[in-house]
Write a protein that binds this ligand. Structure first.
Ligand code: HGY
Ligand code: MN
Ligand code: MN
Length: 413
């Protein structure tokens, strides 16, 4: 079959248009369930319908666009990602996988090419989880992996996930109806930006993802004693921020020097009362560790606990360690990797194997379906920031490869 080519101009136009929802001078603020997210979902549903997809929203708020297959009794091949962003994030994380999936289907529709399998384009709810520390909500719901803590989650504004879910057309009390069983999907493919530096440095246009990192998220609640900054002797202080600051450096050292796990990050810090002339009585510290090896994350948890107990002794504070979420690392099957490499070759691109340091919806869907991921380079390896950028050519390369992967898998599954 002569190669079917996606429309690169149209793809990049939809990426630019999606990038208007939640755009600020300092980065993308399209947090899950926000007005910008809700508006962007309408835009995306419109694009799906223009591509000939039958759209619906499942009880977990996932947007699903379906295209019939020649043999509609076959389980669908799913393509997708997420469109929610982190605060002050970028325009490509998640967005490329959704706009790319729709472009692939629009191209097939225009060419009158019907695949054997039905196809489903998916937009998963709240992949980032910034608002509730409960990430991969939509994809975990579809994989049947929601936990009790998800169902009772409340955000910093005191709004429940259940309410937020209603805002986007979902119904958390019936989230179990969103669950698919093994066999319900023939496969799931996710196009994504690498979000790291490897492809950009090597100049390779397509990354064949070998595995998706595990992740452990904790929140430390450090309680000291607020007191007067001017009158309290240094040796009588119970300074929660001083204790937090020492822990932040020790946490960084765990990965940077001791190599306990691949990366360790303290990304969130809240100080009370946060006044320059008051010794901070409370500090809340958000910490996360990542590694493909889950045993490394267990070691990191033990070390974090040891450091916290040591701080209690040295700084006269109490530290509650809230264990938010452990997400398992997921290897990608060699056969699936070979299919991605072959699809890249058919599309005319070199590829190389690369692990994912970022988490993705694919690692949840892996519980119910064969899955594969393909990356395109992130300029400078930057992501989760306004500088996040992948060139229009890279985005088109990835989308063309996704099309070839779909056609190849459609024949072989
Ligand atoms: O945080 C992550 O790894 C992903 O971007 N949600
Ligand atoms: Mn992200
Ligand atoms: Mn992402």
């Amino acid at each position: 079959m002569p190669g079917i080519a996606i429309n690169a101009t149209r793809l990049n136009r939809t990426l630019d248009e999606l990038g208007k929802f939640g755009e600020t001078p300092d980065g993308m603020n399209r947090l899950a369930f926000s007005p910008a997210d809700i508006a962007s979902r309408e835009y995306t549903i419109g694009l799906m319908r223009q591509a000939g997809l039958e759209t619906r929203i499942d009880t977990a708020g996932n947007i699903i666009g379906r295209r019939a297959g020649a043999d509609d009794s076959l389980p669908p091949i799913a393509l997708g990602s997420h469109t929610d962003t982190v605060p002050l994030g970028g325009k490509y994380d998640g967005a490329l996988g959704v706009m790319g999936a729709i472009e692939v289907i629009k191209t097939l529709d225009e060419q009158g090419h019907q695949t054997r399998h039905p196809i489903e384009a998916m937009v998963f709810t709240n992949e980032e989880g910034t608002r509730f520390h409960r990430w991969l909500i939509g994809s975990r719901a579809m994989a049947g992996l929601l936990e009790p803590e998800d169902l009772t989650a409340i955000d910093a504004e005191g709004v429940t996930l259940a309410q937020r879910m209603t805002d986007i057309g979902g119904d958390l009390s019936r989230a179990d109806e969103a669950a698919r069983q093994p066999g319900d999907l023939a496969a799931y493919f996710e196009l994504h930006i690498e979000q790291g530096p490897y492809l950009y440095r090597s100049g390779t246009p397509i990354g064949v993802v070998t595995g998706i990192t595990g992740r452990a998220v904790f929140e430390l609640e450090i309680s000291g004693m607020s007191n007067h900054a001017g009158t309290t002797p240094m040796n009588e202080r119970r300074d929660a921020l001083a204790a937090a600051a020492k822990l932040v450096v020790q946490i960084q050292k765990m990965a940077a020097e001791d190599e306990i796990c691949r990366v360790a990050t303290t990304g969130a810090l809240d100080i009370q009362p946060n006044a320059v002339n008051v010794i901070p009585g409370r500090a809340t510290v958000g910490v996360e560790f990542r590694d493909l090896d889950m045993a490394a994350l267990d070691t990191a948890e033990r070390e974090l606990t040891r450091l916290a107990r040591q701080a209690e002794q040295q700084d006269g504070v109490q530290i509650a360690i809230n264990r938010h979420r452990f997400t398992d690392s997921v290897p990608i099957a060699p056969t699936m990797q070979e299919w991605v490499a072959e699809a890249a070759q058919r599309a005319g691109f070199d590829s190389e194997r690369v692990p994912s340091g970022a988490g993705h919806d694919a690692q949840a869907i892996a519980a119910i379906a064969p899955m594969a991921m393909l990356f395109v380079p992130s300029v400078g390896g930057i992501s989760h920031a306004i500088e996040e950028y992948s060139t229009p050519e890279a985005c088109a390369n990835g989308t063309q490869t996704l099309l070839e992967l779909l056609l190849l898998a459609d024949q072989r599954l």
